[in-house]
Design a protein around this ligand. Structure first.
Ligand code: NAD
Length: 348
């Protein structure tokens, strides 16, 4: 007998190639006419050209983990210019700033993701202040409209592509063994694993391949919807500790930790692991993810990001402070083994 509670988070999704051209209509649809455009130089031109004089303010300084002082500056600019909508183009950092502004001032949002982080379809905002990262959630944080334009992702460098895709993969994997797992998120998660693993392999040999990039961006969207509706476990919590307390980069940390977190949970979540393994076309899910990462030259050890064996005890202590739902019980010994293996980049 299955028992579950499922909350969907409504977003309007516009997906395709060349879809930036739809942005003016999407902005109009949201009732906006004075946009703050959050974009780095890399992405600004096509979006600014499409929106024309709807853009009344520009902000290029979005930063990872959404520092509150950056949001303060963007908010002052938006208020000075009489902004009535936020348009963000970029990775999770640009989208995070857009969500932070919506949380503060209620702006509607149209966002154009250029990585596979998936934040655009979640009602969750993580912010940092004085070195501490806190998260909160609410319907006002969720962007109303997401415009996925595959063309903007075709130039994502190989290294970033791999780690961002595995960041997405982690959302799907943890959704499958989440306490909130349900038939909807599980079906979506399996499709996400298939798309992401196929896409990573395709673009590793043909970086601009439209089908490969489409698989990755569809996979990222699906995985993001899993993240939005199913509570995450050990993997996401550990990455949160490593990012928040050790300054580790978001997506590369996910890439190194995922196979080890999966090994930790494998015995306690055999059905989820079997579904991941089948979607990857392998016998053993944790090893399948590790081998996928190495096959496309992704990172496997934490030391290359400055985290060493000496940091393990403090990370374990912080991770053990808070208990949270996870298939396998959390123990200091288990987490020490997990992180030591991740430091050394061992095959799980
Ligand atoms: P990011 O947005 O910082 O981007 C990483 C780098 O890639 C940046 O230098 C960026 O300029 C560059 N870049 C982005 N798109 C590019 C492209 N198409 N071509 C070339 N370069 C490109 O990193 P991210 O991994 O996308 O996002 C991480 C942030 O998102 C973190 O702050 C994380 O906490 C947050 N996040 C939040 C959620 C959520 O649901 N709240 C989910 C996932 C991630």
């Amino acid at each position: 007998m299955e028992t579950f509670t499922y909350t969907a988070h409504p977003s309007r999704i516009v997906f395709g190639s060349g879809t930036v051209a739809h942005l003016p209509a999407e902005v109009d649809r949201l009732g906006g006419s004075r946009a703050l455009l959050i974009a780095s130089d890399r992405h600004r031109a096509p979006v600014a050209a499409a929106l024309g004089d709807r853009v009344v303010a520009d902000f290029a300084d979005a930063a990872m983990h959404t520092p509150v002082d950056v949001t303060d500056r963007a908010l002052i600019l938006a208020q000075d210019r009489g902004v009535d909508i936020v348009v963000a183009v970029g990775g999770g950092s640009a989208v995070g700033l857009s969500k932070a502004l919506a949380a503060r001032a209620g702006y509607p949002q149209a966002v154009v993701p250029t990585t596979y982080a998936g934040s655009e379809v979640t009602p969750v905002l993580g912010e940092t202040e004085n070195g501490v990262k806190t998260t909160r959630s609410g319907p006002e944080i969720l962007p109303e409209t997401v415009v996925y334009d595959v063309d903007l992702t075709r130039g994502l460098p190989a290294g970033l592509t791999v780690v961002s895709a595995v960041n997405a993969l982690a959302h799907a994997v943890e959704a499958l063994y989440s306490r909130d797992a349900n038939p909807a998120t599980s079906a979506v998660a399996v499709e996400a694993v298939e798309r992401l693993s196929r896409g990573v392999r395709t673009v590793s040999v043909a970086p601009t391949d439209l089908d490969g990039r489409t698989d990755l961006l569809v996979g990222a969207w699906l995985a993001g919807t899993c993240l939005a509706s199913a509570g995450m476990g050990l993997h996401h919590k550990l990455c949160h500790v490593l990012g928040g307390s050790f300054g580790m980069p978001h997506a590369p940390t996910h890439t190194v930790i995922l196979p080890h977190a999966m090994r930790y949970n494998a015995e306690a979540a055999p059905a989820a692991m079997a579904r991941v393994a089948a979607a990857l076309g392998v016998d053993d899910a944790p090893r399948g993810v590790f081998d996928l990462v190495t096959a496309v030259d992704g990172p496997t050890g934490l030391t290359q990001f400055g985290f060493t064996a000496d940091d393990v005890p403090r990370a374990v202590e912080i991770a053990m402070r808070q208990q949270y739902p996870n298939p396998a019980a959390l123990t200091s010994e288990g987490l020490t083994r997990l992180l030591t293996n991740a430091v050394e980049g061992r095959r799980p």
